[in-house]
Design a protein around this ligand. Structure first.
Ligand code: GLA
Ligand code: ZN
Length: 673
């Protein structure tokens, strides 16, 4: 499990990706001087340096990295050393052009960007193993080395390759998974459209097809691609463990659902020594601090609740979205501390010094083009000082109130073609349920559908279309033993092969929810339905409706118009000691909140109505003490009630009763006792 800490790092992590190879060495000296000024504790180096470290095959130049290591060490800055395997040098591709990945329609990518890798390619694997070995031999016991940073953001920009060597690798993976061609035919439902295979050798990746491909094949290919990429991570990790014992190994995740959809982080979280994450604000119209909180909660959850590290975010604007707004004054600190509140052991950035050349020269950095007489630099220095006062929170764990079930594989399945409605979006459901919980000031742990849920009074299931029998049994047990469950439409429908569970929908959830669904009836674009509930409370839904038949459940909200008029829309089922709610249409966050308000009563979760909207209150606790983080995302001062008095760390003042948090500010109270 990922519970290590960077070797020798005695402060919260503060720093960034440091790419000194883009600058003359004279600049390095100014860099470390400024790093000291800002209180930088760790930097990530070498992530893209393969072509410099191995300028031609088997010829190495470590002299510059030696000097850099020593310089950082002399200045008490810890090193997170990258293995540069995300960009092999051009000489490698000239010798092994088949290591360039191929798209589903047969296009082979070219050299000249980054991340162009076929992860099945054995020449790539050998070359990656070699450079990782050379680095581990040279720096594995360097006193400045704190952590290994393998590769960079596995899973993007190429999530899967469709070349011939991947085809061979896929066949071996299928053989290992299914054993016999008969069981593959059964699992993939190849009786449909005459797709029966006589031999594993006949199977290809799901390349371009005239119309929809076999959904089970497409789903398995996503699993295969993720597993193949993971094999390469494990290969490097094991080399580093062997040659550099005691130094933790990580690779930077991108748990934000808007930033990477190809990696099953539940599987990856178990394999790293420390979970690290990259997070960027996405300007998609949703509240960015809510998306941030969700990504941070998901990151902590894949770390099994252990502390993790925000390895990259931005000081201000990025440069890869359609429009890249600068951050408002104070926003960088709020973002950073919101990650810390949710379990990050610091806040690091991409990147230290803004590049003059290359694809990311308009991406903000800690040292902007404008140098140190800039707002960004002043805020960076201020953040360094703030983090220094927060060092005591290291090692404590964030306290969650409720669980939300999430499964990347179910998400992949919902993205397959020819679903009842293309307007249904599993990620949107997760975002909206999360947002409603955030607005109720509940801290969320994400959980795998088969995880032990008994610690949570309330478990929320945004559309979890693919659900194994084991997951269904798990939820039934959870409710039976007293839990409160809230389930969205399009959950529990298919098994791990995208085969509909036997009998009526919703398959493995029928008994738990006390109902069946006869038919889905998605709505047309812009169409809405009205629901009437307790005391005439009205809600409206869009995108999806269903013909629900209660079989033990009571109807709480009823459709009043549309094809399903007069039928149950939201239901509640008492089972054993617990209660299971079902929402059969797409409610907005207000509608979700109305259901959650009732479910929270079943779960005996006290409302936190005294907290204003967009004032985030999160607790971290451990042997070292208990800390309350209050982050005010609004433009007016907020008052946060304190159950226990304490000392506010940023101002040093005593805090009791109602804690004043100025507009846009953060306060962290070490609670007495
Ligand atoms: C990712 C990468 C970095 C950089 C940033 C820019 O997180 O890991 O190398 O490209 O994005 O936002
Ligand atoms: Zn390939």
């Amino acid at each position: 499990m990922p519970d290590a800490t960077p070797r020798g790092l005695t402060r919260l992590a503060f720093g960034g990706d440091y790419n000194p190879e883009q600058w003359p060495e004279s600049v390095w000296h100014e860099d470390v001087r400024l790093m000291r000024e800002a209180g930088v504790s760790m930097v990530s180096v070498g992530i893209f340096s393969w072509a410099l470290l191995e300028p031609s095959p088997g010829v190495y130049d470590f002299a510059w990295l030696d000097r850099l290591f020593d310089l950082l060490h002399e200045n008490d800055i810890r090193v997170d050393l990258g293995t540069p395997t995300v960009v092999p040098p051009v000489w490698f591709y000239r010798a092994h052009p088949e290591a360039l990945p191929v798209t589903a329609d047969g296009t082979r990518y070219e050299f000249g960007s980054r991340g162009a890798i076929c992860h099945s390619n054995t020449d790539y694997r050998a070359a990656a193993a070699n450079i990782a070995t050379k680095l581990a031999e040279r720096y594995g016991d360097h006193p400045a080395l704190a952590m290994w940073h393998v590769h960079n953001e596995y899973g993007v920009p190429v999530s899967a390759c469709y070349c011939d060597s991947c085809a061979g690798h896929f066949r071996r993976w299928l053989l290992g998974t299914y054993g016999t061609i008969e069981s593959l035919n059964e699992a993939w439902g190849t009786a449909f459209w005459g797709q029966r295979y006589g031999d594993f050798e006949e199977i290809n990746p799901p390349r371009a097809t005239p119309t929809v491909g076999n959904p089970a094949q497409v789903l398995d290919y996503r699993r295969f691609a993720d597993a193949t990429i993971r094999e390469n991570f494990l290969m490097e990790r094991d080399i580093l463990h062997r040659l550099s014992p005691g130094v933790p190994v990580t690779t930077n995740f991108m748990t934000a659902l808007s930033q990477c959809d190809s990696i099953d982080y539940w599987a990856w979280g178990r394999e790293v020594d420390i979970v690290t994450n990259d997070h960027y604000l996405i300007t998609d119209g949703r509240r960015t601090h809510v998306n941030l909180a969700m990504a941070a909660d998901l990151t902590r959850s894949v770390a099994g609740g252990a502390p993790w590290i925000l390895l990259e975010h931005s000081t201000s604007g990025v440069n890869w979205q359609a429009r890249n707004p600068a951050k408002a004054p104070g926003q960088m600190a709020r973002n950073s501390l919101a990650h810390v509140a949710r379990g990050s052991e610091g806040a690091m950035f991409f990147q230290w010094r803004q590049s003059r050349r290359g694809a990311e020269k308009f991406h903000s950095a800690m040292v902007p083009h404008g140098g140190t007489d800039t707002r960004v630099w002043r805020e960076v220095v201020e953040l360094g000082a703030t983090l220094d006062t927060l060092n005591p929170v290291r090692g404590t764990r964030t306290v969650a109130d409720v669980a939300v079930l999430w499964d990347w594989q179910s998400w992949w399945a919902q993205a397959l073609d020819w679903r009842p409605s293309e307007d249904h979006d599993a990620r949107e459901r997760a975002d909206s349920f999360y947002e409603a919980l955030y607005d109720r000031h509940l801290t969320v742990d994400f959980a795998h559908p088969e995880a032990d849920l008994s610690a949570y009074p309330l478990v929320v299931v945004p559309a979890l279309y693919l659900m194994t029998k084991a997951a269904g049994d798990n939820l039934r047990r959870y409710v039976d033993q007293g839990g409160t469950l809230v389930v969205s439409y399009f959950s529990g429908i298919v098994d791990e092969h995208d085969a509909v569970h036997e009998g009526a929908y919703p398959g493995v959830l029928r008994d738990t929810l006390g109902l069946t669904v006869e038919e889905f009836s998605p709505l047309l674009g812009g169409e809405r339905v009205r629901l009437t509930g307790p005391d005439g409370a009205e809600l409206d839904g869009d995108v999806w409706t269903e013909f629900v038949v209660p079989r033990g459940a009571e109807t709480v909200w009823t459709y009043t118009d549309g094809l399903t008029a007069g039928r149950p829309a939201v239901t509640r089922h008492r089972l054993g000691e617990g209660t299971a709610w079902y929402i059969s249409t797409r409610l907005g966050t207000d509608g979700i909140d109305a259901v959650l308000a009732r479910a929270a009563q079943d779960a005996r979760l006290a409302p936190r109505t005294e907290l204003p909207r967009d004032v985030e209150v999160v607790h971290r606790t451990g042997e070292q003490g208990s800390y309350l983080f209050a982050i005010n995302h609004t433009a007016t001062e907020a008052k946060v009630p304190l159950d226990t008095p304490g000392t506010e760390l940023l101002t040093g003042e005593r805090a009791a009763g109602r804690l004043a948090v100025p507009a846009g500010a953060v306060r962290v109270v070490r609670l007495d006792g």
